[in-house]
Design a protein around this ligand. Structure first.
Ligand code: FEO
Length: 170
């Protein structure tokens, strides 16, 4: 029997992850409009990963016989004035998501819900990678993005990112 608070937070995370997918789709949309297809590709892969995260929470709840309640997905409402704004918003968002995962973990720990803690272990590691990727992207943009040739090459590098299914299977 899963603790009510843990259940509530797990259910809410489905929505948060779908929102993340929506947010990254908005980033994809921004870079498409800028004709920076490599950046757009990078965020499309990111959006696909977020959809996977949402489905992992969804499947976990169903596997544990916890009712799923789907809620409306919020509209991404940030206005970007430059490319770097987008990249920084990505890092800021991942730091926020890490805090959400930590909150669920803390609630599961308090409830001695070891199964949920084990499920969340993958996300704890994943969030570390997400924050590192977002930080690396900002560093590369700072180093190379300020001139046209550097931006062109960085865009080419980001075009090579390919989607892979998550290593966690439920
Ligand atoms: Fe699902 Fe980017 O955290």
């Amino acid at each position: 029997m899963v603790n009510a608070k843990v259940h509530e937070l797990l259910n809410a995370q489905i929505n948060k992850e779908f929102y993340s997918a929506y947010l990254y789709l908005e980033f994809h949309n921004y870079f498409k409009a800028r004709s920076l297809d490599g950046f757009a590709n990078w965020y499309m892969v990111q959006a696909q990963e977020e959809r996977d995260h949402a489905m992992l929470f969804y499947t976990y709840l169903q596997n544990e016989n916890m009712p799923v309640t789907l809620d409306a997905i919020a509209k991404p409402d940030k206005v970007f004035t430059c490319d770097m704004d987008v990249l920084k918003a990505g890092l800021e968002h991942e730091i926020y998501v890490t805090s959400l995962i930590n909150d669920i973990y803390a609630a599961a720990y308090e409830a001695r819900d070891f199964r949920t803690m084990q499920f969340l272990d993958w996300f704890v590691k994943e969030q570390g990678e997400e924050e590192t990727n977002a930080t690396d992207l900002i560093s590369k943009m700072e180093l190379f993005g300020s001139d046209a040739r550097g931006l062109y090459l960085l865009n080419q590098e980001l075009a090579a990112r390919v989607y892979t299914a998550p290593s966690l299977v439920l």
